[in-house]
Design a protein. Structure first.
Length: 194
């Protein structure tokens, strides 16, 4: 599971003790606002679907029409299931981010990761030389472009994401890659190696 880089609050130190330390705080206000908006939308959608369904079932001609045209009924049910999935998948991600906190630390030749959330947690230590390289990734979101560095491991569950936009002071991708000391690889090359 990749760490969600937009929630990282990163601290980079210049001393020899810690090469990079990234602390992830608890949920932000944007997560709470997203959950509130999604909850209101889901209540309105499912409440309306419940009212329409109970009204349709109570009228015998509606039930007989649905049984007479099974393909149309199947299309309506499939559309409602798809709409529900389009709402519930982002809500599940927002809920997963709600209680997530932890840290990522690259100290000398060791990468330490400890993350804890509502639905999952992960803790591991991995030698830095087991990582194949660093992939620079640019994500486009509603709020703009986000630059991330991904430490690519043969096991995708051990990948580590460093959000460059959250680092204080600002760090360029090239200087962070040089600081980590791993070769730069492309995202497509990282996918091919797995």
């Amino acid at each position: 599971m990749l760490a969600h880089a937009e929630d990282f609050l990163a601290k980079a130190s210049n001393d020899d003790d810690c090469l990079v330390r990234i602390e992830r705080s608890n949920a932000r206000w944007s997560t709470m606002l997203g959950l509130t908006a999604a909850g209101a939308t889901i209540l309105a959608l499912f409440g309306g679907m419940f009212l329409v369904t109970t009204q349709a079932i109570s009228e015998p001609e509606t039930v007989s029409l649905a049984l007479a045209k099974p393909m149309a009924t199947l299309q309506i049910v499939a559309g409602l299931l798809l709409l529900s999935a389009l709402l519930l998948v982002p809500v599940r991600r927002l809920l997963a981010d709600l209680g997530r906190e932890g840290f990522v630390e690259i100290d000398g030749n060791i990468v330490r990761v400890a993350e804890k959330g509502l639905f999952s947690s992960r803790t591991f230590r991995e030698p830095l030389d087991r990582y194949e390289g660093v992939a620079h990734r640019i994500r486009t979101t509603v709020s703009g472009l986000h630059h991330e560095l991904v430490l690519v491991h043969p096991d995708a569950r051990r990948d580590v994401v460093i959000a460059l936009d959250r680092l204080e002071p600002a760090v360029s991708p090239a200087s962070m890659i040089a600081r980590i000391g791993l070769p730069e690889i492309t995202a497509s090359e990282a996918a091919r190696r797995r």
